[in-house]
Write a protein that binds this ligand. Structure first.
Ligand SMILES: Nc1ncnc2c1ncn2[C@@H]1O[C@H](COP(=O)(O)OP(=O)(O)OP(=O)(O)O)[C@@H](O)[C@H]1O
Length: 198
């Protein structure tokens, strides 16, 4: 079992007021935790801190008691709201995916990724198709925790349902801890094993 801990996180953008002011969170493998708070209160900021994209001004993020590694695959992977901003626009998707390692064929097929998409560039795919690649990449990195920040907000209802169904079965099967942000109470209710109010 793994534990993701955020301890007394303080974060301010630039010289502004702290967006996060002493936030702590503990998530165990197998949990699916929804972060809930009104708009603008720092859910996305916390997600970025948890995945190591932002360094906190104070406090620490630990996985099994260790800080996130500075090099190599991060045990905390993030899935972003806007997949087009999360991939290199000049790289074919097959190469983007392989950068995380050799993707398991069952992962690729389970996410409905078609083989002909591998040779395409990001602008040649829809947002939903691209998000499938981002999820495949995050899972191929073999994370212990996954942070999903409004990952399906931009997608149609059918794609949203497909992607979530697959992701939940995959994190449960692998014992990955999931932290997610969603503005949909129905989705939160269905997916979360625990809701944390920031
Ligand atoms: N890059 C940035 N530079 C300066 N301020 C920022 C930046 N990103 C976010 N903020 C500010 O930090 C605060 C928290 O933003 P954040 O996106 O983390 O909130 P959120 O809870 O995820 O909001 P929402 O639910 O609307 O997505 C907001 O006041 C926002 O304006």
């Amino acid at each position: 079992m793994s534990v993701l801990e955020a301890r007394d996180i303080v974060y301010a953008y630039g010289k502004g007021d702290a967006v996060l002011n002493g936030v702590s969170l503990r998530v165990e493998s197998g949990e699916r935790v929804a972060l809930s708070a009104p708009s603008g209160t720092g859910k996305t900021t916390l997600a970025r801190v948890l995945a190591g994209y932002l360094a906190p001004d104070a406090g620490e993020v630990l996985v099994d008691g260790e800080p996130l590694p500075k090099r190599g695959a991060c045990p905390v992977q993030m899935i972003w709201q806007h997949p087009e901003a999360a991939v290199d626009p000049r790289m074919r998707l097959g190469r983007t995916l392989s950068e995380a390692g050799d993707a398991d064929p069952s992962l690729v097929s389970g996410l409905g990724i078609r083989s002909e998409w591998m040779d395409r560039y990001p602008h040649e795919l829809s947002g939903g198709e691209l998000q499938r690649f981002c999820i495949a990449r995050a899972l191929t990195a073999d994370p212990r925790f996954l942070i999903a920040d409004e990952m399906s907000t931009m997608l149609d209802a059918l794609t949203q349902a497909q992607i979530w169904r697959f992701l939940v079965s995959e994190v449960d099967r692998r014992g990955i801890g999931l932290v997610f942000v969603s503005h949909s109470p129905a989705l939160t209710e269905r997916i979360a094993t625990r809701i944390v109010e920031l």
